[in-house]
Design a binder for this molecule. Structure first.
Ligand code: SF4
Length: 317
């Protein structure tokens, strides 16, 4: 197929969205051009809320597979498209259902709280889902003596454990992007720009979290840079969020936190970056690849997500 200019694809995407009553939901970690053509840009919690409440017939998800699956679980009657089926997630892949079932069996009597960055099978094995925006509040909403399993991210799990002091057993998974930030390189940057604030996603390792001025989900980091009086930020999460930060506050300066290997481009999620404008166009034209989930799996995965959304709504999150 002949490749066209990005202007052509953008124009055609706008036309196809109207013609097919489709919306594009994009994660903050997408490239700037994709964020700019999306109908809604957000983190996992906001995107789930949007997927559950819109009048489109088609949701095209500019993100990774677990996010598109979540949209399908929340809007089962809609057609959900993911422009590249290889857009996976190293964190979700670190937790396979057969291993997780054994983990649950080995830790009986615990409520299973799973991060949204899991595939549908793990969600179906969980009692309640959380995102990085609401993980602490979700755990705190449970009775104080409730014993908990947290999966799959060990760094977010430890962050929640330290914040809540709850009895939590944590699955040993990580995100290859958030794990790669170099404490030394961050401190060097801080030395060069002493007035820059270090803002960190809770999926980062403890030493990086320990030097943070602020820790929060991508949405929380964005809000922080909007409200904070500072002018410079060292941002320890996937670099895509900086596009929104610059849009919201063009006068401020944002430094991507450097990874350990300065040549690897590791602060970009290679899975997120598989989605391109051209693939979005092709996906809208052909209405595939489509997310299809077994009904039983979909129903089982729906319950713990619905529980999270109820609690989030009650807490005004
Ligand atoms: S940044 Fe990490 S957690 Fe997010 S999609 Fe990429 S691999 Fe998964």
């Amino acid at each position: 197929m002949k490749t066209q200019s990005s202007e052509y694809y953008i124009k055609e995407i706008q036309r196809l969205k109207k013609e097919k009553n489709a919306i594009i939901l994009a994660h903050f970690y997408q490239t700037g051009d994709i964020q700019d053509i999306a109908d809604f840009v957000g983190d996992s919690l906001a995107l789930s809320q949007k997927a559950a409440s819109n009048s489109a017939d088609i949701i095209l998800f500019a993100g990774v597979k677990f996010m598109a699956e979540t949209a399908k679980i929340l809007a089962p009657k809609k057609k959900v498209l993911l422009p590249d089926v290889n857009a996976g997630c190293s964190l979700a892949d670190s937790c396979k259902s057969e291993d997780f079932e054994k983990f649950i069996d080995n830790n009986p009597g615990r409520t299973v709280v799973s991060y949204i960055n899991t595939n549908a099978e793990i969600k179906a094995l969980s009692d309640i889902i959380c995102t990085s925006s609401n993980a602490v509040q979700i755990v705190e909403s449970l009775p104080a003596d409730e014993k908990i399993i947290f999966a799959p991210d060990r760094n977010l799990g430890n962050f929640v454990l330290n914040k809540t002091g709850r009895d939590i057993v944590i699955w040993n998974g990580t995100c290859h992007v958030h794990e790669e930030f170099s404490l030394e390189a961050i401190l060097k940057l801080k030395k060069d720009y002493p007035d820059a604030k270090i803002i960190v996603h809770p999926e980062c390792e403890l030493p990086v979290r320990m030097v943070a001025d602020f820790i929060g989900s991508t949405s929380a980091l964005l809000q922080y840079t909007k409200k904070d009086k500072g002018e410079k930020y060292i941002v320890a999460t996937e670099v895509g969020i900086i596009h929104q930060m610059k849009k919201e506050n063009p006068g401020k300066t944002y430094f991507p936190a450097p990874p350990r290997d300065s040549t690897c481009g590791c602060s970009e999620c290679n899975f997120m970056k598989l989605i391109t404008i051209e693939k979005i166009y092709n996906s809208l034209v052909n209405e595939k690849p489509e997310i299809i989930l077994d009904n039983d799996l979909l129903y089982k995965a729906q319950k713990p997500i619905a529980r999270m959304m109820d609690i989030s709504e009650k807490l005004g999150l």
